[in-house]
Ligand binder design. Structure first.
Ligand code: HEM
Length: 460
């Protein structure tokens, strides 16, 4: 057993402090990389109280208690104000991601149809086509070093525009991605100021740039909505469903501003996360030749040389395991923040109304009480029989409960199709000595991107 484990690839990990940082160290570290503020007990304890500027905050790592927070008592543990403060400026405070109660429920229902199983399978040709375009571009760049993170962003952006907005809009992909990044880069500041209870109008580095970027993104969404209102008669996509939706209680439809907020939510939430899952998966694979060989064998056997089709997705079992394990080590959404909306008890702890209660997904996924060799890359953890034995609160890349990611099945099918297509066409080679560290920028990004060398694989 030990022999087998010792062969597994174990990536370099962030150096976590032994205990919670004091305010003086905490603030600059939060701005640089919030992950570096997470103390080691998050990886070994079931619960951990931390004081932020005199206010208590509870981290929950016990899968049973996580289930209670996100599922059983979801009505009590609502989305924390930090979500509205960090994400609200980008996607509005009443969009599907940020709203609560009735305002959230009807939007969730309105957005559900494109995420039904049969509809998702219908998108597989788009997943394959986007990956095939990226693969051809890479085949032409043999021997070069490319930024895999940037390439995956462009690939999944293509997918989201094509599937959710029927490819109608001519977006400037690079500018779009850059504006999102500028905004995400300021999130450390927003979090630090929020901890100090400094009002949101106070300036901080990058704020003006980020605000200009947000305006650009919203203008782009307004353009897409105006174009769609001017034409009709196509196969309905997400935008059509949102335009047609009416609140069952009031009969009210979404205003153009609400439509823009929701579209932006879907475009941002729906491409960046999947791109990161793919980026980390490709890098992990390139460091684990045995895993890569097994994956290639499966792709060859199930798909052959042709395109990945809908019928292949469920058969690419090992490819899925690789994606799942990549999201265990590097969950694209590393933290799920909630707040107790009333006095409540959890695991014997009394929690006062107004207390932030955070599920640190990244720490849960590397927790010593949950996983053997938590830092090692081992896709066999997700072999179907072993995965069934996992507690549902132990593995949460998509969250859990009523606010679980609406795009989870879409993202899994997309990631499987893209990974299979790319790895079959191109060999990704890690840069010697480059060990990317994960950085929280709302999502979990590789610090400094993901430079890798590419070589086309010989065709059989
Ligand atoms: C690997 C890819 C993805 C990951 C890791 C991910 C992760 C998450 C997580 C953790 C949440 C829950 C947040 C919370 O409870 O506070 C969430 C919510 C959400 N995700 Fe995803 N997501 C992914 C892909 C997608 C895709 C492809 C779409 C759409 C096309 C999408 C749209 C959304 C939306 C709209 C919500 C808010 C749902 C609600 O509150 O009702 N996500 N996502």
């Amino acid at each position: 057993m030990t022999e087998v484990l010792s062969l597994l690839f174990t990536p370099r990990s962030v150096d976590h402090p032994p205990a919670a940082l004091g305010l003086v160290k905490l603030l600059p570290t939060l701005v640089r990389n919030p992950l570096e503020t997470w103390p080691r007990p998050l990886f070994t304890e079931r619960l951990f109280w931390q004081s932020f500027a005199g206010r208590p905050l509870l981290f929950v790592m016990d899968p049973v208690l996580i289930d209670e927070v996100l599922v059983a008592k979801a009505a009590v543990f609502t989305k924390a104000p930090i979500i509205r403060r960090t994400i609200g400026p980008a996607v509005g405070n009443d969009s599907i991601f940020t709203a609560e109660g009735a305002q959230w429920r009807w939007q969730r229902r309105a957005a559900a149809p494109p995420f039904r199983h049969a509809t998702i399978l219908g998108f597989v040709p788009s997943f394959h086509a986007a990956a095939a375009r990226t693969a051809s571009a890479l085949e032409a760049r043999g021997g070069e070093t490319v930024d895999v993170a940037e390439l995956m962003m462009a690939t999944t952006f293509d997918v989201i525009v094509e599937t959710m907005l029927s490819g109608a809009a001519s977006f400037d992909t690079r500018r779009f991605g850059a504006e999102i990044s500028h905004y995400f880069d300021t999130v450390g500041w927003i979090a630090a100021l929020s901890i100090l209870r400094i009002p949101s109008w106070v300036p901080y580095p990058g704020k003006r740039r980020a605000r200009a970027g947000n305006l650009f993104l919203r203008r782009e969404m307004a353009r897409v909505i105006a174009e769609r209102r001017a034409r009709s008669g196509t196969t309905p996509d997400l935008l059509d469903f949102l335009i047609a939706a009416a609140d069952p209680e009031t009969g009210r439809a979404m205003t153009d501003a609400e439509l823009a907020d929701n579209l932006l939510t879907f475009v941002v939430a729906g491409h960046e996360t999947t791109a990161l899952a793919l980026t980390w998966a490709i890098w992990l694979l390139s460091n684990a030749p045995d895993v890569e060989a097994r994956l290639l064998e499966e792709v060859g056997r199930v798909v052959g040389d042709g395109p990945v089709e809908a019928g292949h997705i469920d058969e690419l079992v090992y490819v899925k395991q690789v994606v799942q394990e990549a999201m265990r080590l590097y969950p694209p959404a590393p933290l799920i923040p909630r707040i107790a909306s009333e006095d409540v008890t959890l695991g014997g702890e009394r929690i006062a109304a107004g207390t932030p209660v955070y599920v640190p997904v990244y720490a849960v996924h590397r927790h010593h009480l949950i996983w053997d060799e938590p830092e090692a890359f081992d896709p066999d953890r997700f072999a179907p029989a072993r995965a069934r034995a996992l507690h549902r609160g132990a593995y949460l890349p998509f969250g859990a409960g009523p606010r679980i990611c609406i795009g989870a099945a879409f993202a899994m099918a997309e990631a499987v199709a893209i990974l299979a297509t790319l790895v079959r066409a191109v060999r990704f080679i890690p840069i010697a000595g480059h060990q990317p560290l994960p950085t929280i920028r709302l999502t979990l990004r590789p610090d400094g991107g993901m430079p890798m060398r590419v070589e086309p694989r010989a065709r059989p």
